[in-house]
Ligand binder design. Structure first.
Ligand code: NAD
Length: 354
């Protein structure tokens, strides 16, 4: 009886796991190369006990592209999160729950470092308000990563992403191991939201809907390219409303959670999807493209910018341009640049004072 129940549960779990994986794959219309994998991929989630960290770690534990997963956090409960997840019967091995006492063990040998560590926004707080706390957390994590896995891919979720990614860049430069191909700000949640809201608006299948979102990852620096969505037709009112909703979708969640945090589940989904794409590209799978906030020369004098990038074995293989913009989008781009540049500089200046 018990073994019958256990095998039923295993069947259900493996169906869930394959649904999650196939959803990641379906969106990008790329087959998984898991069968031919010869690359052992160790990842660490920093901030693994948090609102994003826990579901993100679970999705990564279910990802056949990740072979080992370490969970790191400053709170000791991370050991319990690791023990809990280690009972999930998927092939990825949980190497442990690590705290600052054994931080080096968490990072050592990692190929992918995913960073949802730090404080989330509360109602009334802007992403800028988070800066002082999260800047230091990210600086310290970058230094730990530089010491233990300098060649890893660094996927940054902590806000304000527009500033935390430049902080990572400057910290890694200071440590002598900065490789711009390896540092990516995770803006996937903006694309996730854009796909969802546009599919709702157009009455199309969300799995067939693909919206590029460029710029940065805060308010008006988020610029969805609705004019480039294939086969879509929007009124000017739709364009304005959708653009605003995509830019401020995070506020909807902050308000609805009423003081208890910001987006966690949708962010965990988006972060796991992006980490999965990076891992698949590292195995040698060709043709993987996604939007990410990376070092870029696409926009003059703007050192970090998000556009579609091609991912490969060594991270960001090519940074693509954004094509032709509508007049509305061009205005949005022109207006965002002073803010975006200021936020980049704020991150760079923070490290300069260290
Ligand atoms: P949370 O408070 O629930 O979790 C954060 C975790 O980080 C906690 O467990 C905390 O103990 C841990 N932490 C703090 N300092 C640390 C350190 N030095 N090293 C390791 N871990 C540390 O917050 P959350 O809701 O999970 O959000 C985490 C971050 O992600 C916030 O900065 C939030 O603004 C950001 N976020 C980003 C996006 C995005 O699209 N990029 C979306 C939502 C939230």
């Amino acid at each position: 009886m018990l073994s019958k129940l256990a095998s039923g549960a295993r069947g259900r779990i493996s169906r869930v796991s394959s649904q999650i994986t196939s959803s990641f794959a379906a969106k990008r219309a790329l087959g998984s190369n898991v069968q031919s994998r010869s690359f052992a991929c160790k990842a660490v989630v920093c901030g693994a006990a948090g609102g994003i960290g826990q579901p993100l770690s679970m999705l990564m534990k279910l990802d056949p592209n990740i072979t080992e997963l370490a969970l790191y956090d400053v709170v000791p409960v991370v050991k319990g999160v690791a023990a809990d997840l280690s009972h999930v019967n998927s092939s990825c091995q949980i190497t442990g729950g690590f705290t600052p006492d054994n931080v080096d063990d968490a990072f050592k040998g990692c190929n992918i470092v995913v960073v949802p560590a730090g404080v989330p926004r509360k109602p009334g707080m802007t992403r800028d308000d988070l800066f002082n706390i999260n800047a230091k957390i990210n600086y310290d994590l970058a230094m730990a990563a530089a010491k233990n896995c300098p060649d890893a891919m660094f996927l940054i979720i902590s806000n304000p992403v527009n500033s935390t990614v430049p902080i990572w860049a400057e910290a890694l430069k200071k440590a002598g191991c900065y490789n711009p191909k390896h540092l990516m700000g995770v803006t996937t949640l903006d694309i996730t939201r854009a796909n969802t809201f546009v599919a709702e608006n157009q009455g199309t299948d969300v799995n067939e809907t693909s919206v590029d979102v460029i710029g940065g990852h805060a308010g008006t620096t988020i610029l969805p390219l609705l004019s480039q969505v294939p086969n879509a037709k929007f009124s000017q009112e739709d364009i304005e409303k959708l653009t605003h909703r995509i830019q401020f979708g995070g506020d909807e969640v902050v308000k609805a959670k009423d003081g208890a945090g910001s987006a966690t589940l949708s962010m965990a989904y988006a972060g796991a999807e992006f980490a999965s794409l990076v891992a698949r590209a590292m195995t040698g799978e060709a043709g993987i493209k996604a939007c990410a906030y990376v070092e870029s020369t696409v926009v003059p004098d703007t050192t970090f910018f998000s556009t579609p990038v091609s991912l490969g074995k060594d991270g960001v293989e090519q940074v693509h341009g954004y094509g032709t913009l509508s007049a509305f989008e061009q205005k949005g781009l022109d207006e965002m640049l002073p803010d975006l540049k200021g936020q980049i500089k704020k991150g760079q200046d923070f490290v300069a004072t260290k």
